[in-house]
Design a protein around this ligand. Structure first.
Ligand SMILES: Nc1ncnc2c1ncn2[C@@H]1O[C@H](COP(=O)(O)OP(=O)(O)O)[C@@H](O)[C@H]1O
Ligand SMILES: [Mg+2]
Length: 273
């Protein structure tokens, strides 16, 4: 493969045109987003989003409540139709080849999506079936996932008795059942106690070692700062910062990403929650 120069990101940031030019492999971009827009009536939830996410990257997608994170993820996963713009995931157009996109991705949606009258294990098997996986493989993969997550006992119980945090844990395992190359995690640790949260962060970190591309939104900005190769900060549907956590903190001369957001917007990310 030939190394080539390409413009990976060109869009206004705080009024000035920022052109970021990097040396990169042409095939390195796993997710390519061009001018993505979503309007709900008068509300523009996502406004001309241009963003490339690299293969194997842990990408932290941060911003206050209502910034447009879930809407973006829903469009990329084929759950929501964009008003304008396009995106390719692993080379497949989200509008024209939704089935091919779905075969590559795992999604942990913000709203828990589990069948409450099934056990955790039955949920995993059901979702494995929906992915068209071989039954033996589903069993092996499900057992591996619940054991890794220390979730084997819970997985024998019906999900209707789960706490919010346990629902989230099951949702993460469901996202991973098909061993997808690209994983979308929308607030994966909300409602978890400290122990489950720590274990979940470790699991998310291990996805990186497995070479997965991970798009992560979270309110736990510290974790995002630690884990993410790059972060994109979105506010009012627009990307207002994009770089490594270190580079953003250096650029704005602050000690954390919350400080970066404060410098750019005059508000704290947490204020919108
Ligand atoms: N189904 C919907 N109908 C109308 N407005 C919506 C809907 N979903 C989200 N919005 C609005 O779109 C904006 C972005 O929301 P969302 O993507 O959920 O943000 P985030 O995930 O960053 O908190 C918000 O103003 C929200 O109120
Ligand atoms: Mg959201």
């Amino acid at each position: 493969m030939q190394l080539q120069e390409e413009v990976i990101h060109a869009q206004p940031i705080k009024g000035k045109q920022k052109i970021e030019t990097v040396e990169t492999f042409a095939a390195q971009n796993e997710i390519v987003i061009n001018g993505l827009v979503k309007k709900y009536g008068d509300v523009t939830a996502v406004n001309n989003l241009n963003l490339n996410i690299h293969k194997g990257e842990m990408f932290g997608f941060l911003g206050p409540n209502g910034a447009g994170k879930t809407t973006t993820i829903s469009m990329l996963c084929g759950l929501l139709k964009p008003t304008a713009g396009s995106a390719q995931i692993a080379g497949h157009d989200i509008a024209r080849e939704p089935q091919k996109v779905k075969a590559q991705i795992g999604v942990c949606p913000q709203e828990a999506a589990v069948f409450k009258f099934l056990t955790g294990m039955e949920n995993l098997i059901l979702f494995g079936n929906l992915h068209g996986m071989n039954p033996q493989l589903i069993k092996e993969r499900a057992a591996e996932l619940v054991n890794q997550a220390d979730f084997a006992d819970a997985a024998r119980r019906k999900a209707k008795g789960y706490s919010g945090g346990m629902m989230r844990q099951l949702n993460l395992l469901i996202a991973l059942i098909s061993d997808p190359e690209i994983v979308f995690l929308d607030e994966p640790t909300v409602g978890m106690d400290a122990r489950a949260r720590r274990r979940t962060w470790e699991r998310i970190a291990s996805l990186k070692d497995e070479g997965k591309t991970v798009i992560l939104t979270t309110h736990y900005i510290e974790e995002a700062e630690t884990l993410s190769d790059r972060v994109g900060i979105i506010d009012y549907g627009e990307l207002i910062a994009l770089d490594t956590p270190k580079a953003l903190m250096e650029e704005h001369q602050v000690d954390d990403l919350e400080g970066v957001f404060l410098k750019i917007t005059g508000r704290r990310i947490a204020e919108g929650m």
